[in-house]
Design a protein around this ligand. Structure first.
Ligand code: FES
Ligand SMILES: [Fe+2]
Length: 361
């Protein structure tokens, strides 16, 4: 914000806004948010929460995902207690049904002289892409101008995916700061994830922060059996690799050399609760002989190895969540207490969170 042109009173209030507590800021609703994994939505409705908004997901008769406000307008109970009937959401309580327009389409005991109630619930733009269900909680008209975070590795034959779920009783800012501050590899020494990070470059825009670190990696995936390094520490050798991390608001993407891509899809549920999907991709790009084999075989290799980094990923998440939740607790006990921060990437991250939260107000 350019404050040079503001009158003293306006300047004071803008500085107050700038100083507004980061740990209580909301989200910018005008983005697509991953709220569930595709495979978790089957024939029964699925309740999800996105920044204190209760949403029910279900599949219509064509298998297309629909997203409605999770509230029956009759008696205000959750629609997600109900079931899907003829591709519509049926409330568990009195059996009223709601279609994809969010209007009531059926009341089982409607008398001949009665009309269907005209109540309407909110319909969210929703799409299914790359193994996840994405909801746009902002202004509907802005949805088409934005897109979910691209995940080109998800369906690619050369990438083995592993997914871990992060559930943290903490504001989302603590999680993104954890992910952008690669100096916290110290916490994960027992897992040998990366070593010796040094922040070298930092770039920020109104939509993103890119931090480039020089680091060391323990893993080199240049043969198909190199994947076994994920299980056997004796096979690992430290070697230099670039480590790039980006806050692509509201999500995060990183690469460690040529071999690993990790993404984190944020689903902030409220001021002190964050859910996120961490996706780890191991690249088989360097294994050239694999590329000459039949596609069915490559697909079989990829699918058989799905989840091969699960132990590593779950272990990292567990360690991070302890720290993040402790930061949140300390903050709640004493919101004024601030420690010194030496990583300038975090200042850029905090600035972006503020800008985006303000843009979404
Ligand atoms: S509360 Fe949903 S049908 Fe009555
Ligand atoms: Fe971590």
């Amino acid at each position: 914000m350019d404050t040079t042109q503001l009158a003293p009173q306006a300047l004071a209030s803008s500085q107050t806004a700038i100083a507004a507590d980061l740990r209580q800021l909301g989200i910018n609703f005008n983005h697509w948010y991953a709220v569930a994994r595709s495979r978790d939505l089957t024939h029964t409705p699925l309740a999800v929460t996105l920044w204190q908004q209760a949403i029910v997901l279900y599949r219509d008769r064509q298998g297309q995902v629909q997203a409605l406000e999770d509230r029956c307008p009759h008696r205000q109970v959750k629609l997600s207690h109900g079931q899907v009937v003829n591709g519509e959401m049926e409330c568990a309580y009195h059996g009223w049904r709601f279609g994809q327009a969010g209007t009531c389409t059926h009341v089982p005991y409607l008398a001949d002289n009665q009309k269907l109630p005209t109540c309407k619930i909110r319909v969210y733009p929703v799409q299914e892409q790359n193994g996840f269900i994405w909801v746009f909680p902002g202004d509907d008209t802005a949805a088409t101008a934005k897109a979910p975070l691209p995940l080109p590795e998800w369906d690619h034959l050369n990438y083995i995916a592993t997914v871990a779920i992060i559930e943290a009783e903490a504001h989302y800012s603590f999680l993104i700061e954890n992910l952008m501050d690669m100096y916290h590899g110290h916490l994960h020494d027992s897992y040998q994830a990366w070593a010796d990070p040094v922040l070298q470059d930092l770039a920020a825009t109104s939509e993103a922060v890119h931090a480039h670190y020089a680091a060391q990696s323990y893993y080199k995936i240049d043969k198909i059996w190199s994947v076994s390094q994920l299980f056997f520490p004796a096979l690992r050798r430290l070697h230099p690799e670039p480590l790039d991390v980006s806050y692509l608001y509201p999500n995060w993407r990183s690469t460690l050399g040529q071999d690993f891509v990790i993404c984190c899809l944020f689903c902030p549920q409220g001021p002190t609760r964050t859910r996120a999907f961490l996706i780890h991709f191991t690249s088989l790009n360097a294994f050239h002989r694999l590329h000459k084999l039949p596609v069915w075989f490559r697909r079989w290799v990829r699918d058989s190895l799905f989840g091969s980094a699960q132990k590593l990923l779950d272990g990292l998440v567990e360690q991070d969540v302890v720290m993040i939740e402790e930061e949140q607790q300390s903050y709640l006990q004493n919101p004024q207490r601030r420690g010194p921060e030496l990583n300038r990437a975090l200042l850029s991250v905090q600035r972006l969170i503020r800008q985006q939260a303000q843009a979404g107000e």
